[in-house]
Write a protein that binds this ligand. Structure first.
Ligand code: ARG
Length: 464
């Protein structure tokens, strides 16, 4: 079966035979690239205004074209526009509708332009907008972390290394560690936006164009920071997509780390936190279950974002200059990354305020792992002992305490004195968890005072 429509295709002129339906079906991207329509039309309007400004088309022609494009946008918005596979992609669908609506003058829109620089422009406009929205929702999540950190600035929990109890920390401090990760992610998004925001239009198919286009003017209309400096590079490279996917992968990696911890903490064996019923789901067979599906799914979706990044790197690998149709596939990966990232960040921003904290369980767990052993060693060092000797002495003390089934702070001065000479009552304040965290009152430390400072500077970052 072949399509009758080859003549209708903007590139149909040199074709004698019509396109097989199977080929149309195989090559079309309109089923997914139609979501670029707003940016496609925005780019076309700017291009039209520029064409009129440099005198390639008449002002009246530009007006007609722009009106037509705007009416197409309205129809698409209201769902009245018919996307046609035989017109291949979003660009040709819109252009062909334009000609239908405004007549011959519509055919002038594509002057000095190719779908190659057009699609690269659309994609950059689209991604710039998505990055802005992603940052907005990332900021919501970061704010939610600050809020929770504020109420939990003094709550004590075990800090882990090797997932073994290491030293006591405040829960606020732990949450602000997450905040720091996201802050760097936010910086990365902003940084990659700089390289997204360069305009390919004017590169045409690959070599530039012989029309006297004012690229700077089009760039200004579209809010681009600059024009792409090499036409062949401009139409072919998708490194800005790769960079975005890499940034997204790092964000997902961070979210997967948070997820893993939430999953552990909600387990009754830890019992550190609970997540409101509204953000959990149950089991269809085990009535007692309340499962942390959101963190689990976020952890799972991390895999697919990494996959998209690998897909994009592989798509670009060894591609010769300039544009190749391979690049049509970039949208499949990019849209998936954008959608997944949006979904994960915004559900997290909603879920964090739904976390409730079981301070007693955290405290009990912190007490169980001899978490203040380092404090005892530090105390001995301050009293004049070399750190290695202090380490040894405290090691023996811990071993004794384990043997007796006691906490360090339960040991009498005499018991402590067997291994650690010259101690007085003052030591107990350091063996208490509160004393231990309060002592770490240094920039970046876990003391509640430092956590409050970190929150204040975090909030300041968010209001900038
Ligand atoms: N649909 C194409 C894409 O997504 C647009 C550019 C096609 N250019 C071409 N000469 N076939 O990449």
């Amino acid at each position: 079966m072949t399509s009758k429509n080859t003549s209708e295709k903007p590139w149909g002129g040199r074709f004698i035979r019509t396109t097989e339906h199977s080929v149309e079906k195989f090559t079309e991207p309109v089923s997914f690239d139609h979501r670029l329509y707003g940016f496609d039309i925005m780019g076309s309007i700017a291009h039209t205004r520029m064409l009129a400004r440099v005198g390639v088309i008449e002002d009246s022609e530009a007006k007609t074209i722009i009106k037509g494009l705007e009416s197409i946008a309205e129809d698409i918005e209201s769902g009245e526009f018919e996307w046609r596979t035989e017109l291949e992609d979003v660009h040709m669908n819109i252009e062909s509708a334009l000609v239908k609506r405004v007549g011959e003058v519509g055919k002038k829109l594509h002057t000095g332009r190719s779908r190659n620089d057009q699609v690269a422009t659309d994609l950059r406009l689209y991604l710039r907008e998505e990055v802005d929205q992603l940052q907005e929702s990332l900021h919501k999540l970061m704010n939610a972390l600050c809020d929770l950190a504020e109420t939990e600035a003094d709550s004590i929990m075990p800090g882990f290394t090797h997932l073994q109890v290491a030293q006591p920390v405040t829960f606020g401090h732990h949450l602000m560690a997450w905040f720091e990760m996201l802050k760097r992610d936010d910086e990365r998004l902003l940084d990659c936006r700089r390289r997204i925001n360069r305009m390919p239009l004017g590169a045409a198919a690959l070599a530039g164009t012989s029309y006297p286009l004012d690229r700077e003017y089009t760039a200004e209309l579209l809010g681009f920071d600059e024009v792409a400096k090499n036409s062949m590079d401009a139409v072919s490279d998708r490194d800005f997509v790769i960079e975005f996917c890499a940034t997204a992968s790092i964000i997902m990696m961070h979210l997967s780390r948070f997820s893993e911890e939430l999953i552990l903490w909600i387990n009754p064996m830890f019992g550190f936190i609970d997540i409101d019923d509204a953000y959990c789901t149950g089991s269809s067979i085990m009535p007692q279950k309340k499962n942390p599906d959101i963190p689990e799914l976020v952890r799972g979706k991390t895999a697919r974002v990494y996959g998209d990044l690998m897909g994009m790197l592989t798509l670009m690998k060894a591609q010769p200059l300039a544009y190749n149709r391979d690049n049509q596939e970039d949208k499949v990966a990019l849209f998936d990354v954008v959608d997944t990232l949006h979904a994960c960040i915004s559900i997290y921003a909603e879920m964090v305020p739904a976390i409730s904290v079981n301070r007693d369980s955290m405290m009990t767990a912190a007490k169980q792992g001899y978490a203040t052993a380092t404090d005892l060693a530090d105390y001995l060092v301050k009293a004049g002992m070399a750190f290695r000797d202090a380490h040894e002495a405290v090691g023996k003390t811990v071993s004794y305490a384990i043997d007796k089934g006691k906490e360090l702070s339960d040991l009498t001065l005499d018991e402590l004195g067997q291994f650690c000479p010259n101690l007085d009552d003052g030591i107990y304040q350091y063996l208490e968890l509160t004393g231990s965290v309060n002592a770490r009152d240094i920039i970046g430390g876990t003391a509640p005072a430092q956590v409050r400072k970190a929150i204040a500077s975090g909030r300041e970052y968010l209001t900038k």
